[in-house]
Write a protein that binds this ligand. Structure first.
Ligand code: GLN
Length: 504
């Protein structure tokens, strides 16, 4: 076959070609690396190392030749830069970690490598995964000498979403068939929605957090981002699984073959539609695309059930107390002694800490550390942190009540399509826009985003599907069925070159 259009193939198709030896892992890696270089103006990759990638690809070709191929042998993919990697630098898009090399691979990275994946490089994100637009990235992407946000391939004047903006943009621009992301309060689902790709955050505890640079440990969860639910299923089957010795919140629940769960019919499936997800803040273009998708589900035999998640609005203040509280504790390790950046001139130890952290952290990270320290401080702990913990439990209970009446929940991912770069100057406006993704995060439930159309500016719109605990298979099945009936996941940004060697 002609290899000029390899980037149009998804995970399932590429793995089939690799197994059939119609394509070598080295050819696949070279193709995507050339594309990454040709599109570096989109600010998507923070690190690439051809030698490392090609060495990994050669090892996969040897395994394929020896008939010892792992399930995803030779599949190229890229990792969000919050997963530590031995063979590439890891920065979490922070100056604090500039030049940092981990002595080990995160479990998710190691599992995917074991499954045969070849790492193309590390992807841009918001600093320490804090943000919703990728504009908080504080590290220069390849080809730039100053920090830049990754751009939305559908329109580079718009954000790709965040915090896994580089991951979503890489898949949408077809610089990688798939990528890893992390989701603390929506960071897989929201950028997937903004970039018109498919992403799933599994049940909290299903994917190991070992080697994922911690933001808010009780919420952080890894997951795959790819073009289709079918591709996400292939990756999720490899990426999940217990890691009990290394991650104390890892669940003792074996990985499943999610690909085997894609073909159930949807007749009789009860889809709960929470009225709070269609409140005044929802833009009409997004609402129209989401409602059209719900109609499509009815055509596929599902039944729509009106439900209520009464504390949806409270998920914003609850999350923005709990996540910063955990962040302020997690980020205390960046003190200039053990990791990364250390200030050059200082008078004594305390001065070294202060200057290191003042120089190393960006504004949003500092804001969260201060909020977190405040809500955990004596005198305010009961009023804020403890109250938020109680409400978190009630939000989780609301979902359990709703799941009495439905099998899964559907609604928008975000209130609008991707905003223009630089449009969101006020952090509170950005926090409020997380309203539809935060509830499932606080409850630890699996959630995904599925492309369902285009809104203003011809920018993609995602449908959010939320399942009960361990219902990833059901979510992927519902998404896959929709993708068999629609073709939104197959659209691609206009203006992207078809040749690996040419830019936009
Ligand atoms: N936008 C949310 C935040 O800034 C979610 C980020 C995430 O999921 N990592 O906290």
């Amino acid at each position: 076959m002609s290899h000029t259009d390899l980037h149009d193939l998804g995970v399932a198709q590429l793995t089939a070609l690799l197994r059939g030896k119609q394509l070598s892992a080295v050819e696949a890696a070279q193709h995507f690396l050339a594309r990454a270089r040709a599109h570096q103006h989109l600010g998507i990759f923070l690190a690439i190392d051809e030698d490392v990638t090609l060495a990994q690809a050669r090892a996969q070709d040897e395994a394929l030749a020896a008939g010892q191929a792992a399930p995803l042998a030779g599949l190229p993919l890229a990792h969000k830069d919050v997963f530590v990697t031995r063979d590439f630098p890891t920065t979490a898009a922070s100056k604090m970690l500039a030049g940092y090399r981990s002595p080990f691979d995160a479990t998710v990275v190691a599992r995917l490598a074991q499954a045969g994946c070849v790492t193309l490089g590390k992807l841009s994100c918001d600093e320490f995964a804090m943000g919703a637009s990728n504009e908080n990235a504080a590290v220069a992407p390849i080809g730039f000498d100053s920090p830049q946000p990754a751009r939305n391939p559908w329109n580079p004047a718009h954000v790709p979403g965040g915090s896994s903006g580089g991951s979503a943009a890489a898949v949408a621009a077809r610089l990688a068939p798939a990528a890893t992301g992390t989701d603390t309060g929506g960071s897989i689902r929201q950028p997937a929605s903004f970039c018109g790709i498919t992403g799933i955050k599994p049940t909290y505890g299903r994917a190991s957090r070992y080697g994922m640079i911690a933001f808010a440990s009780s919420l952080d969860q890894a997951g795959p981002m790819a073009r289709s639910a079918e591709d996400c299923a292939l990756l999720l089957s490899q990426l999940c699984g217990p890691d009990l010795e290394r991650d104390s919140t890892s669940l003792d629940k074996p990985a499943e073959d999610f690909s085997a769960q894609l073909n159930d019919r949807l007749e009789g499936l009860r889809i709960g539609v929470p009225k709070e997800f269609f409140s005044a803040g929802l833009a009409s273009d997004v609402q129209a695309a989401v409602e059209a998708a719900l109609k499509e589900y009815e055509k596929l035999g599902a039944r729509l059930v009106p439900i209520s998640l009464p504390r949806t609005e409270l998920s914003v203040p609850v999350y923005y107390i709990l996540a910063p509280a955990e962040a302020s504790s997690n980020l205390s390790r960046f003190d200039g002694v053990r990791y990364g950046h250390r200030a050059k001139d200082y008078a004594d130890l305390l001065d070294m800490y202060k200057k290191t952290r003042a120089e190393g952290f960006g504004d949003e990270v500092k804001r969260r550390i201060m909020i977190g320290a405040y809500v955990l401080s004596e005198g305010y702990y009961d009023a804020y942190y403890l109250q938020a913990q109680k409400l978190r439990r009630m939000i989780a209970d609301d979902f359990q009540a709703a799941f009495q009446d439905c099998d899964l929940i559907a609604g928008p991912v975000a209130p609008t399509v991707a905003p223009l770069l630089g449009a969101q100057t006020d952090p509170v406006t950005s926090y409020l826009a997380d309203i539809y993704t935060l509830p499932a995060s606080l409850a630890g439930l699996p959630g995904m985003s599925v492309p369902v159309g285009f809104g203003n500016g011809n920018l993609p719109v995602g449908l959010q599907l939320i399942g009960n605990y361990f219902q990833e298979g059901r979510l992927l099945n519902a998404a896959h069925r929709l993708q068999q009936a629609t073709d939104y996941h197959l659209h691609q940004p206009a203006g992207l070159s078809q040749q690996p060697g040419e830019g936009i």
